[in-house]
Write a protein that binds this ligand. Structure first.
Ligand SMILES: Cc1cc2nc3c(=O)[nH]c(=O)nc-3n(C[C@H](O)[C@H](O)[C@H](O)COP(=O)(O)O)c2cc1C
Length: 193
């Protein structure tokens, strides 16, 4: 079963990510992925100030960075959950990415974003970052707009996924695309071994 890590790319108090992550995780499991959450709150990293990980590879300078690197290595693909901060990616997410490099190589990544324009700008930026990591960023994304964010925030039950009903087809398309790319790239990586 393909292993997908669902990365919670925001860590602030009161984050909307809490509302999104159970839904995405459940739908990926429904799709028969071996899906798990990777919460960046569990990886409190310093601001990156090391030699480039593209050079040092898995020669990790600290135990926390090694823990993140080994975790990313386990994945066949990723779904990044992200809010949009000042039209860009959350610093905590980019910082985690900058601490690593080869762990992401030749794996697919898809995005679920939210905000005034459904996280469209942050997702486009993250796709550019993915290219530098030699990843395959997927076209199909989920953009959560204010008309879905509002009822989701008001809903008392965090496991009430009915608020996401209008965008279920988008998540299904994301999962379908991810399945194809995970299979293609896992096969290609295995041929290299
Ligand atoms: C520092 C900061 C900057 C923000 N900038 C934007 C922005 O540029 N575009 C946008 O659509 N929303 C912006 N927002 C609103 C976020 O989309 C919203 O707070 C969202 O819930 C953030 O994700 P999170 O709750 O998981 O942290 C910003 C929020 C913060 C805290």
């Amino acid at each position: 079963m393909a292993k997908i890590q669902v990365i919670m790319g925001t860590t602030r108090t009161g984050r909307f990510n809490e509302r999104v992550s159970p839904w995405v995780l459940q739908r990926l499991k429904d799709h028969r992925f071996d899906a798990e959450l990777l919460d960046l709150r569990d990886y409190p990293l310093p601001f990156f100030d090391q030699l480039p990980p593209s050079v040092t590879l898995r020669n990790y300078p600290t135990a926390d960075i090694a823990r993140l690197g080994h975790k990313l290595d386990e994945a066949d693909g990723f779904v990044i959950l992200t809010g949009e901060y000042n039209h860009g990616y959350p610093a905590v997410l980019k910082n985690a990415i900058d601490h690593t490099h080869i762990e992401w190589h030749r794996k697919p990544v898809a995005y679920v974003g939210w905000g005034g324009v459904g996280g469209a700008r942050v997702i486009e930026q993250l796709r550019l970052v993915a290219i530098e990591l030699e990843m395959a960023p997927l076209r199909n994304a989920v953009h959560i707009l204010p008309e879905v964010i509002r009822p989701a925030m008001q809903s008392k039950d965090p496991t009430d996924f009915s608020v996401f009903e209008p965008i279920e087809p988008k998540l299904k398309a994301l999962a379908d695309g991810l399945e194809w790319w995970v299979r293609a790239l896992a096969t290609a990586r295995a041929a290299d071994d």
